[in-house]
Design a protein around this ligand. Structure first.
Ligand code: NAD
Ligand code: ZN
Length: 364
């Protein structure tokens, strides 16, 4: 499929709320798009992508945009905490950030969640731009305006919907991303192909691209996966309907991440095997063709992702599953698949099947 344009919009009644642009390989097209819109910008970036931040700030300076601050942060999941926000807000005050200043965040999903939440809450919300630099952030985390920090009690429990004015996706930013960083984003690619079917699914069936190269196939996969997220978000901005399909593979993945201690399993590893788990349930509940799971298992293996679960005790798993943010009053709901492109929400998956699937996918 040709993704027709380099520009997509998250919109309400045809009014664009958030623009998603694809660009690269240089950064001038980003700054020529945002430069004329902003008077003053406060930049925060992941130190791993300092070279990008330096180029972007220089181009913005050339455009006559006032640079209020340029702050590199050491990024890891533990920064997504309330107590790390306060010094950031103080720095913003000290640098003279006001309601009409923009925040520009360059980094992966951790930085876009954290800085995006700062943009959502500082002075009750300022405009912001996300420049995602990991595969996960380019195809998922930076798109759709969900921003959050963690609590000790769980991930992403404090947050907001605060759409960035622009998400600028430059696949060339991934040139420096270690292979593990690529793997973390693959769960979302597989999930998107499964729930949307169509060209992304067909292209992966025809052959999966090897990790680590920003080649034409990857640029197309990134653009197509990002477009799937934009389309789903557009159908359901406030997450009351179709957006739940993006949770495919995530019910078990979240439980796995939590039960093994965050960091043991990367998100991509957890969503990969969580997708296999959901496919197994789909075979039993919706009659899904089992060759789909065999194929996805092959891809995960080829990409170096695990395809079996560690031993999970059902009695310990059940309360964790039920704590999932997506568990509704009516109890657990699973996103399952009838066929690629045809996801369904299923509420009444029997306990014995949930247990049977754990056994079927566990290491023997
Ligand atoms: N808001 C949402 O809708 C949403 C959706 C999915 C995930 N998330 C969040 O995203 C976060 C995970 O994001 P992530 O996987 O991007 O992690 P991350 O931001 O921690 O990035 C992973 C690692 O890559 C480094 N890095 C980033 N860009 C790089 C580059 N171009 N070259 C070299 N190194 C680079 C980072 O410093 C970090 O060490 C989680 O906190 C998750 O909750 C949010
Ligand atoms: Zn995910």
């Amino acid at each position: 499929m040709e993704v027709q344009s380099d520009r997509l919009n998250i919109e309400r009644r045809q009014e664009s709320l958030s623009e998603v642009r694809f660009g690269g390989p240089n950064w001038q097209d980003l700054t020529s798009v945002i430069g004329p819109r902003m008077k003053a910008v406060w930049m925060v970036y992941d130190r791993q992508v300092e070279a990008i931040a330096t180029q972007v700030s220089a181009h913005l300076g050339d455009q006559g945009v006032r640079l209020l601050g340029l702050h590199g942060l050491e990024v890891d999941e533990s920064m997504k905490r309330m107590d790390r926000l306060e010094p950031l807000y103080s720095q913003m005050i000290a640098d003279g950030v006001t309601r009409d200043s923009w925040l520009l965040a360059i980094g992966g999903g951790v930085l876009s969640d954290f800085a995006g939440y700062a943009a959502a809450s500082f002075l009750r919300g300022i405009d912001w731009v996300a420049v995602p630099t990991t595969l996960l952030a380019q195809v998922d985390a930076a798109i759709g305006g969900k921003v959050a920090v963690n609590l000790r009690e769980g991930k992403n429990l404090i947050g907001a919907f605060h759409l960035p004015q622009l998400v600028y996706i430059n696949p060339w930013a991934l040139q420096t991303l270690p292979i593990e960083g690529w793997r973390t984003g693959l769960g979302e690619v597989v999930k998107s192909a499964l729930i949307e079917g169509g060209p992304l699914w067909q292209s992966l069936v025809a052959g999966i691209p090897p990790l680590g190269q920003v080649d034409e196939h990857w640029r197309w996969v990134i653009k197509t996966t990002a477009k799937i997220k934009v389309d789903v978000v557009n159908r359901d901005l406030e997450e009351t309907g179709d957006r739940i399909f993006l949770n495919f593979g995530h019910t078990l993945a979240h439980a796995l991440e939590q039960m093994t201690g965050y960091g043991q399993w990367s998100h991509g590893q957890a969503v990969g095997v969580g997708s296999l788990y959901a496919l197994y349930l789909s075979e039993k509940q919706l009659g899904l063709d089992p060759t789909i799971r065999a194929l996805v298992t092959e891809w995960l293996k080829a990409w170096g992702l695990p395809t079996v679960l560690p031993h999970l005790d059902y009695a310990a798993l059940e309360p964790v599953l039920l704590r999932d943010k997506k568990a509704r009053v009516s109890g657990l709901c699973w996103v399952l698949l009838q066929s690629p492109g045809n996801p369904k929400v299923v509420r009444d998956v029997p306990k014995n099947l949930i247990e049977e699937a754990l056994g079927a996918l566990s290491e023997s």
